[in-house]
Write a protein that binds this ligand. Structure first.
Ligand SMILES: [Zn+2]
Length: 63
């Protein structure tokens, strides 16, 4: 009896990952790859200017 397990490629390193409920890090192969991916996603946000300098000062004066 062979269980059919879906296998996906880890988005970070491309390693084969068995899609099982006990695989906490799916679709990643490991916690490391998940953290790397999350880190890249977070760093994308830093590239986008959130507010212009002085915007918070302005809000405080009005508030
Ligand atoms: Zn990986």
């Amino acid at each position: 009896m062979t269980e059919k397990v879906k296998v996906v490629a880890c988005p970070t390193c491309g390693e084969d990952v068995a899609w099982r409920p006990e695989n906490t890090w799916r679709p990643f192969c490991s916690e490391r790859c998940k953290l790397i991916d999350l880190g890249e996603w977070a760093s994308e946000k830093y590239k986008v200017p959130v507010a212009e300098p002085g915007a918070f000062d302005d809000l405080e004066r009005r508030g």
